[in-house]
Structure formats: C-alpha cells, structure tokens
Design a protein around this ligand. Structure first.
Ligand code: FES
Length: 159
C-alpha cells in the first residue's frame, strides 16, 4: 500500500494506506483517533467533522491520500486534558449532549466558526451548524453552549 504522510494534531505521521481509504478510516482505524464518528458515510450528517488546514471538513468523504501533507486537527487535538477548548468547556457546562454521537461534529464545526468569527449571532450559529444532525433533539442546549463559547472566546478577543 502507498505511504501516506500527514500532520495530525501537530504531530507528523507516516503510514501505509490504501488509495481508497477515507481520511476518517485512517484516523479511526490506523491512528486510534475516535473523536470523529462514522455516521452516514456520505458527507451529510457531520459526525465525522475534522479540520483540514483549519477548515471544518467531512472526513468520511475525503480520500486520505487527497490530503497528504496537510494539517489535520481532530477533536483530540482541539484542547488538552489540562486546558479544554472554550467550545468543549461550554458544551460540558451546558450538558449539551444526550447520546453524544453528534458532539464531535458540533464541537469541531462550532470551534471552526469561532476561530473565523469570534462574535457570531444566533442566526449565524444556526446557519453554521445546519449541516450537523442531532437525532436526540438537543438543539436548544447546543445553541446555548455555542453562544456561551462565543462569550468565552470574546473575552480573549474583544471586538
Ligand atoms: Fe461523515 Fe456523516 S459520517 S458526514
């Protein structure tokens, strides 16, 4: 199998991966990074969201070799055990999960939004998360969490 080199969570990795392997497959099966989830496998639910060079992307439909040499960030690389990302803090404080399957995508998508736009309004947040599906119906808590995270982020980046 061809060699694949990536930077994952600020660490350079090299491994053998088939030409057909998705980025999600490589992250979960070869690198044991299970933050990103397999939901639909079609790019439609957002459960597998990671960042590619800082941009939120659906890892299930990205060929791993298509992002060779790029920088990938997964949920595991967003914060650390000692210092959570503000979005992670806010989701925990708002208890914005039931089954938790969508959480990876919600957190990664929201964190990408706040990195670009530290002061999004409610409509902007709704629009950004509209492609991330939650089957439990935890949307009210998720909105509260992202708004709280925006407030935390704004403390570090006042307008
Ligand atoms: Fe990738 Fe659903 S698993 S978008």
């Amino acid at each position: 199998m061809p060699l694949l080199a990536l930077t994952v969570n600020a660490r350079e990795v090299a491994l053998e991966a088939s030409r057909e392997a998705s980025l999600l497959h490589v992250l979960r099966n070869d690198l044991a990074l299970n933050g990103p989830k397999y939901g639909c496998g079609l790019g439609q639910c957002g459960a597998c969201t990671v960042w590619v060079d800082g941009v939120a992307a659906r890892a299930c439909v990205i060929p791993a070799h298509g992002v060779a040499g790029r920088s990938i960030t997964t949920l595991e690389g967003l914060g650390s055990r000692e210092r959570w990302h503000p979005v992670q803090q806010a989701f925990e404080q708002a208890q914005a999960a039931q089954c938790g399957y969508c959480l990876n995508g919600m957190v990664m998508q929201a964190a990408a939004l706040l990195a670009r736009e530290p002061h999004p309004g409610e409509e902007r947040i709704r629009d950004e998360l509209s492609g991330n599906l939650c089957r439990c119906g935890t949307h009210v808590e998720i909105m509260k969490a992202v708004q709280a995270a925006a407030a935390l982020t704004a403390q570090d980046d006042p307008a």
